[in-house]
Design a protein around this ligand. Structure first.
Ligand code: ASP
Length: 239
């Protein structure tokens, strides 16, 4: 399989501009490409597809890469089939997944990724690269017929992963608790990606990039921390 993916936890880290923290990795992913098809469906804060695409365009144009928004095409599946590379931006994961199915681009995206087309996602765009969207942090503000995502990788992701604040008096569930609950009903591993972290997948190899460790949750084990230099390839084996 010639997968070529960059799955980024967040588009913006504290103190840096949009996509800035991942510039080097994005440029490496898109080496030799002149254009990116942006999928603005997740609409963060409810912004329009047009405004969201303008934001992405501004970032990529600085790097000499042109951006078109998928909403600009009458035939969305065809636009995906002809894209040089795809970027799915963050926002609400349920809104995003619903729109991917409604516009019939789920299969074309899978197919193009199998053929080696570069794919990058931030946050909700990273969630939908996983097996299901069952470990998003988002509220289900629209109905989706299925939680099954693009399944470009055989595990789930929890982006913006947060460790509990030891001094906090907050009584709501921690991420660890919520993911343990998930594992009472689902088998697939979950990777908690802290802000600034990314997964780079090339074929059957996967690396953690960025300054932090990632927290890996297996159904049958205690949560484990993995460093960027650790071997994560086992998570690409289908469970
Ligand atoms: N709402 C997040 C995003 O920025 C996704 C998530 O937290 O699960 O796309």
């Amino acid at each position: 399989m010639s997968r070529n993916l960059l799955l980024i936890s967040t588009s913006t880290t504290h103190g840096t501009g949009y996509l800035e923290h991942a510039e080097q990795e994005i440029r490496a992913l898109l080496e030799g490409k002149k254009s990116v098809l942006f999928i603005p469906y997740a609409r963060p804060g409810g912004i329009s597809h047009k405004d969201y695409t303008s934001k992405a365009r501004e970032a990529f144009e600085k790097w000499g890469i042109s951006v078109s928004g998928l909403h600009e095409y009458d035939d969305a599946p065809k636009a995906v089939k002809e894209a040089e590379a795809v970027f799915i931006g963050g926002g609400n994961t349920f809104v995003l997944l619903r729109q991917l199915y409604q516009n019939k681009v789920v299969e074309p995206l899978r197919e193009r990724v199998r053929q080696g087309m570069p794919y990058m996602g931030t946050s909700a765009g990273t969630n939908v690269a996983g097996k299901t969207i069952g470990t998003t942090n988002d509220m289900p503000i629209v109905h989706v017929k299925t939680f099954d995502a693009l399944q470009l990788v055989p595990f789930n992701i929890n982006p913006h992963f947060q460790d509990p604040d030891p001094g906090s008096t907050h009584m709501g569930e921690t991420r660890d608790t919520r993911i343990a609950e998930f594992h009472h009903h689902n088998q697939q591993p979950v990777i908690g990606l802290r802000e600034g972290s990314m997964l780079r997948v090339q074929g059957d190899k996967m690396k953690l990039l960025g300054p932090h460790t990632a927290r890996v949750f297996l159904q049958t084990d205690k949560p484990m921390e993995f460093k960027p230099s650790d071997d994560l390839n086992f998570l690409l084996d289908v469970y």
